[in-house]
Ligand binder design. Structure first.
Ligand SMILES: [Zn+2]
Length: 169
């Protein structure tokens, strides 16, 4: 749920300079109409996805006075940004043997500071599945066959010893 009025937040545009209005949930908005003391914004996906969400911004104090309708889509851009942060931090955690809990809190902090608000936290992985993912990758790293010094000591994978792979000739 969105509580308005609320102070407007801004982010950088994908290209060029200036600033882009974010709605209270972190979606990017597009200026549609200017009145004397208020501006009317629609969702940046209003055309591509026919998203019906819109809002009214008061210029004087940059307050979002009201929002209309709901977004009919995920915040894909934010989701991608969070995904990128997660994969970077996971690699670091596995490399340095950081605990899943510490890694996840590191990720939350990065998402918060990059984004300037908590809207990105909705796209963080769940703690249990995140821990499983990190532990699996750590195990993988430990179990990876080392460069062989004394020939093949590890067990031959089943597929190689299967009769199906033996040539008939
Ligand atoms: Zn939308």
């Amino acid at each position: 749920m969105t509580f308005v009025p609320t102070k407007a937040k801004w982010t950088k545009p994908l290209k060029g300079s200036g600033r882009v209005l974010k709605d209270p949930e972190g979606y990017r908005m597009k200026l549609k109409k200017k009145k004397e003391d208020t501006h009317y914004y629609v969702c940046s996906e209003s055309v591509r996805l026919r998203c019906p969400f819109s809002l009214v911004l008061r210029i004087e104090d940059e307050m979002i006075l009201k929002t209309m309708n709901d977004h009919n889509h995920d915040n894909d851009l934010l989701k991608q940004e969070v995904k990128k942060i997660v994969s970077e931090k996971v690699a670091i955690a596995v490399e340095n043997n950081v605990s899943p809990r510490a890694a996840l809190s590191d990720i939350s902090n990065k998402v918060l500071s990059d984004n300037g608000d908590s809207s990105g936290l909705a796209y963080l992985p769940k703690q249990a599945s995140f821990a499983r993912m990190i532990n699996l990758m750590k195990a993988d790293k430990l179990n990876a066959p080392p460069v062989s010094k004394s020939g093949m000591k590890w067990k031959c994978p089943i597929v190689l010893s299967s009769p199906l792979t033996i040539s008939p000739f």
